[in-house]
Write a protein that binds this ligand. Structure first.
Ligand code: OGA
Ligand code: MN
Length: 354
């Protein structure tokens, strides 16, 4: 009898449960989906002598990688943060801007940054701003983050990357294999660490965002930020919504404690008018009175921070022009360690190709 995936019946690229060796799946996603049902019946008789759930190396095939953000987040793309690398000061023209051109809900109280007060560096000022807004709203916007000149250089690198064809379709944490991915998430993405030869300015953007986060996390009276020990982040995800109504439906970046605590997004879109171009980011922050939302236009040289967990469901509304952004997700060390342990355990359950 031919084996089939117990979830969808597929007979292709089958993998089998490393534990009972009797149940087949077409993908890790289907294994995970079936685990609750399968677990009680997964052969425990053989189990008594089994110390670890080692993956059998019985074939010469390699385990197919089921792409998902979770795989990307929990496996290859973690970067550690080294505060020593980020001593550079931000220039005057890179001061965080006031927020008067933001189209937040009116109840979103926006204060203008007072440039004349005391902290040592502009990084300090920005970090204070970030702390305050993350504390009060869970969302923080900084305009003119790099300044026009450097922002344009970052954009140029992104455009070059895009035309060189390194972008691929965005992935989902859990796509059950049933939905057309593009209707959920229509962006094209590339992961970079900023050290690539074609990423000079992207690399310096990353360092600058790191500097703000590291500083904020280490400040005294750091409020909600103080609940985290931020010691790492993902690589940078360079994303392009290619227009034609491409969007990302309402979602939470980190619904299941995968370690990410802060989402930082840098936008690169010159002359962007949401009325014509769409592509608005709408955040539905949990606990804002009266179901208020925060509407963020993806404007050139704008940097956005928000808590990555269930406090901030958000959507990218359909974009009608090409829309670029670079996203970094910062890790809380404890949550991430726990997530990596869970992930390793799950991986040890993954079947080998048969
Ligand atoms: C994401 C996302 C928002 C944006 O990639 O998870 O929500 O404004 N992006 O690009
Ligand atoms: Mn998101």
């Amino acid at each position: 009898m031919n084996s089939t995936c117990v979830v969808c019946g597929s007979q292709e690229n089958l993998l089998r449960c490393a534990r009972c060796k009797k149940t087949f799946y077409c993908s890790r996603t289907h294994q995970k989906q079936d685990w609750k049902r399968h677990k009680p019946t997964c052969n425990t008789a053989d189990d008594q002598n089994v110390q670890t759930l080692n993956v059998e190396k019985e074939t010469n095939g390699t385990l197919p990688v089921v792409g998902s953000s979770e795989d990307e987040i929990l496996s290859s793309c973690a970067q550690s943060l080294s505060p020593n690398l980020y001593k550079s000061k931000v220039n005057d023209e890179n001061m965080p801007a006031s927020k008067e051109n933001l189209r937040f809900d009116p109840s979103f109280h926006c204060t203008t940054l007072n440039k004349s007060r005391g902290p040592d560096t502009d990084i300090d000022l920005m970090s204070l701003n970030v702390l305050r807004d993350m504390n009060d709203y869970g969302v923080c916007v900084v305009d003119n983050f790099l300044g026009e000149e450097k922002g344009r250089l970052v954009l140029k690198e992104v455009l070059n990357m895009y035309s060189s064809g390194v972008f691929k379709d965005g992935q989902l944490v859990s796509n059950r294999g049933r939905t057309d991915l593009k209707t959920i998430r229509g962006d094209k993405i590339a992961w970079v660490d900023g050290k690539e030869s074609f990423c000079n300015y992207i690399g310096s953007l990353i360092s600058q965002v790191d500097a703000v986060i590291i500083r904020a996390n280490k400040m005294e009276n750091n409020g909600k930020m103080g609940q985290y020990n931020i010691n790492g982040r993902t690589k940078a995800m360079v994303a392009c919504y290619p227009g034609s109504g491409s969007r990302y439906v309402k979602h939470v970046d980190n619904p299941n404690r995968d370690g990410r605590c802060i989402t930082a997004i840098y936008y690169l879109n010159l002359n962007w008018d949401v009325k014509d171009c769409g592509g608005l980011l709408r955040i539905f922050p949990e606990g804002w009175r009266g179901d208020k939302v925060a509407d963020i236009e993806p404007l050139f040289d704008r940097l956005l921070f928000f808590w990555s967990d269930r406090r901030n469901p958000h959507e990218v509304q359909p974009a009608y022009q090409t829309r670029y952004a670079i996203t970094l997700w910062y890790f809380d060390s404890i949550e991430r360690e726990a997530a990596c342990r869970r992930y390793e355990k799950e991986r040890s359950m993954i079947k080998q190709p048969i």
